[in-house]
Structure formats: C-alpha cells, structure tokens
Design a protein around this ligand. Structure first.
Ligand code: ADP
Length: 190
C-alpha cells in the first residue's frame, strides 16, 4: 500500500494537492477537516462538539478525531492506499495512526510536508474565505491562532516520522502544477 501523510500548515495546499494525488495514485482521501465539517453540517453530537474548537482555531480533542479514523480505514479495506490530509495533527495522533496501520499489516510510506511562509498562508486562507464559507477562514486572528497551533502542537509530528526516515520536505510556492510535479517526483522515488 502507498500511505501518504500530506502535511503542512493551514493554507499550505494540502486539500488541493490531495485531490490530484488521489487521482494519479488511486488512493483514498482521508481528510479529518472534511469529515468534521460534514459532521457539523449534519449537526451530529460530534459535529456540535467539534465546532466549538474549530471556530476558535483550536484542535479538536485527540480522542474525538482518533475515533473517526479506524472506522474509515475499515470502510476502505480494498484501497491501494490512503492520503491522510490534516491528520495526524499531534504526536499522540501519529502514534495511534501507526498502531492502527500496524494492526492492518501496513504502515506510513512517507510524510510529505508542503513548506509555505507565514504571510502567504494568511493571504491564501483569506482568499479562500470568499468561497469556502468557513468561519475559521474569515478572521485573521483565528487564522493566526491556527498557524500558532500548527507550530506548537502539529509540527512535532515531523520529528516523529523523521526518526523513521519518512520525512520529505517539498517547496510549496509556485503554481498548482509545479507543486504537483514536485510532489509526484518525491513520491515516485519512494
Ligand atoms: P486547515 O488545514 O486549512 O486548517 P482542516 O480542514 O485540515 O483545514 O482543519 C480545520 C480545523 O478542523 C482545524 O483547525 C481543527 O480545529 C480541526 N481538525 C481537523 N483535523 C484535525 C485533527 N486531526 N485533530 C484535531 N483537530 C482537527
């Protein structure tokens, strides 16, 4: 299986590139952000709980997010692999993901991190806000908080996979096509 973590701060382009990568490599896209927004839209108890955190730019508690993942893996038993987008976002989530995959006789192939500088992230998210309708995209303070949370809580996930020699950095500035080329070049070397 090809199991990729597409990593990077909010606004790095994970969602955009995931869509292309799933097409090219026939992978299942697993975006915890998308799943959570679906739960919010359906007004499930999980969605109502998650919304409190998302609207502040905070992380949803690990146990809420982790509960969603095993189920998704089992629903896609025949998959050629997965793209994890927006997950794992803490080292706890990373450790649990490794265990869930090991139980299913597979593992992470690589963590591919899109690197984009701070001001560009803000610019992209504010631009996306015009069409996304996402409350967490519309306010500069909330965006700043999401980036801060990324640095404090999420970026340690890089060290976790560096120790397993699975970390690959990709320059995230340029056209969507250029960045896709860089990603596929890195993935094809695996
Ligand atoms: P972005 O990468 O632009 O921040 P996402 O859709 O990945 O967008 O995430 C949006 C929000 O959903 C996050 O700010 C967070 O509150 C919540 N979220 C998504 N994935 C996770 C996760 N794995 N752990 C905790 N919270 C999450």
């Amino acid at each position: 299986m090809l199991n990729l973590i597409l990593f990077g701060p909010p606004g790095a382009g994970k969602g955009t590139q995931s869509e292309r990568l799933i097409d090219k490599y026939q992978l299942v896209h697993l975006s915890t952000g998308d799943i959570l927004r679906g739960e919010i839209k359906a007004q499930t108890p999980l969605g109502i709980e998650a919304k409190k955190y998302i609207d502040k730019g905070e992380l949803v508690p690990d146990k809420v997010v982790i509960g969603m993942i095993g189920e998704k893996l089992d629903h896609n038993k025949m998959a050629k692999g997965f793209i994890f987008d927006g997950f794992p976002r803490t080292t706890t989530q990373a450790k649990v993901l490794d265990l869930l995959l090991a139980e299913r006789q597979t593992s992470i192939s690589a963590l591919v991190a899109l690197e984009v500088e701070h001001e560009e992230l803000i610019k992209r998210i504010l631009h996306r806000a015009k069409s996304s309708g996402r409350t967490d995209d519309a306010d500069r303070n909330i965006i700043e908080n999401r980036i801060k949370v990324y640095h404090n809580e999420t970026s340690p996930v890089i060290a976790h996979y560096s120790r397993q020699n699975k970390f690959i950095a990709v320059h995230g500035l340029g056209t969507i096509d250029e960045i896709f080329e860089r990603l596929t070049a890195a993935i094809d070397r695996l």
